[in-house]
Design a protein around this ligand. Structure first.
Ligand SMILES: [Zn+2]
Length: 451
């Protein structure tokens, strides 16, 4: 062949190669940005992470700026190594940038702003500038705690007793309620429907310190916490103590099967009883708290006082401290957080007030057990049943039959163990059975406040 032909072919191959290169280098897929959709900037700042990904020519630059009333300013600018001929140096198609946003350092006032992020890749498009992706992220700057205004006045309550707090919030919150020492009781919309008006039922646990700290607290979406002291006087109470004699037959017949089905190690009779009375009890209490914390009813379902089991006699009262003795030796203790009510064997067990069944199944020491949510964080428990006639999700009226009494779980004979809880705390059912107490301590605070 002639030399001219060779040159022609070489040029052709070169052109084809350049064509392939150009086609590659002119790729049109823009970088992908992965980051938060919104930013809520509280006083503690915000750790902002952004990932730029470009699998064709690789990420080339990243530019972050903040737009607010004062104008626009660059917060970060990053150029990633590479060149126009081969694209990004790094084999990895993605790059990551972390930025701590601090409202004080940025001197940005409370309000709204926008974070504008733009990224380019190593493509030849846009006059060799690369494909560009731009993202605007709304930023809410909130460094002030929510305002809490107390509506309800001085409140007397007993240790082991309940109360209601009514308060107004100046802004929408992530969480609000009453904190007694370190126990939190969630707030709910006040039944009056007034915007910003909230109500929280709370309790002073039997074990609380002498002068517990009681505060209404509100936390906003930027983690600012506002709080006010709740004006309360806690009256002292003395709880009964009792000694309960158990024997080996009871351990063998009642406690051992409970230990076994809970997978607890079996040892001597006193070890078995301890494991059931302490370890299994703690587990069962944790289950009760989990069940109740799961989507509590926001509307109150109870009307007046709670109903005691019809025709029942009180066998054991609230918060008595029980010491168990086996063959004369102390083996274990437990506080009794409910009332034991006895009627006839297999007596119909009725709902103390209207509500929704949240739990209805076997629960260790409580045997066949039912939990009812009455709304606003108030609930009741029915234990040791022989039969359960309702299921989770059922709405029940006050006095509805829930099942039959029995002696399942850690029980000596047929009786109903009845308990009332406010949030996660057992409270004295006597208060809730008393129409005057319910009216003057709770229901009066459910009415629209006088202003
Ligand atoms: Zn009991």
């Amino acid at each position: 062949m002639k030399r001219g032909v060779w040159i022609f072919l070489a040029v052709l191959v070169l052109l084809a190669g350049l064509g392939v290169l150009a086609a590659q280098r002119f790729e049109g897929s823009a970088p992908v940005l992965v980051t938060d959709e919104t930013i809520v900037l509280g006083p503690g700042g915000f750790d902002f992470v952004i990932e730029v990904e470009d699998s064709d020519s690789g990420p080339r630059s990243l530019h972050i700026r903040l737009l607010d009333q004062a104008g626009s300013r660059t917060l970060a600018e990053e150029n990633f190594p590479g060149d126009l001929l081969t694209g990004a140096d790094s084999a990895s198609p993605s790059r990551r940038l972390e930025l701590h946003l601090d409202p004080a350092e940025l001197r940005v006032p409370d309000g709204t702003a926008t974070l504008v992020i733009s990224a380019r890749d190593w493509s030849w498009r846009d006059g060799f500038g690369g494909n560009r992706t731009e993202l605007s992220i709304p930023v809410l700057i909130d460094t002030r705690p929510p305002k809490v205004q107390m509506v309800s006045g001085l409140t007397y309550l007993q240790r082991g007793g309940a109360a209601a707090a009514v308060y107004r919030l100046g802004e929408s919150t992530a969480q609000d309620g009453v904190r007694v020492d370190d126990i939190f009781y969630s707030g709910f919309p006040h039944p009056s429907g007034e915007e910003g008006l909230r109500i929280a039922l709370f309790a002073v646990p039997v074990e609380a310190a002498d002068q517990p700290s009681i505060r209404v607290v509100a936390t906003d979406h930027a983690q600012n916490e506002g709080s006010v002291r709740f004006p309360a006087r806690v009256q002292k109470r003395i709880f009964q103590q009792s000694e309960i004699e158990i024997d080996e037959t009871f351990v063998e017949r009642v406690a051992a099967p409970l230990a076994q089905s809970a997978g607890l190690p079996l040892g001597s009779p006193s070890e078995i009883f301890q494991a059931v009375n302490e370890t299994l009890r703690a587990r069962n209490e944790a289950t009760i708290r989990e069940e109740l914390a799961n989507a509590p009813l926001e509307q109150r379902r109870w009307a007046g006082a709670f109903r005691q089991l019809p025709g029942s006699a009180v066998m054991s009262r609230f918060a008595e401290l029980r010491s168990y003795r086996l063959a004369g030796q102390p083996v274990s203790q437990a506080r009794h957080y409910g009332f034991d009510l006895a009627s006839t064997a297999h007596a119909p067990v009725t709902a103390a007030a209207a509500g929704r069944v949240v739990f209805a199944q076997d629960l260790g020491i409580y045997g066949r057990c039912i939990l009812i949510d009455h709304g606003l964080g108030l609930s009741s428990l029915y234990a040791h049943l022989s039969e359960i006639g309702v299921g989770p999700g059922d709405d029940v009226e006050s006095g509805a039959v829930l099942g039959l009494s029995g002696a399942t779980g850690l029980a000596k004979g047929d009786h109903l163990h009845f308990a009332v809880l406010v949030g996660e705390t057992y409270v004295n059912p006597l208060e809730w059975w008393d129409p005057k107490w319910v009216r003057s301590h709770i229901n009066v605070r459910l009415k629209p406040p006088q202003s």
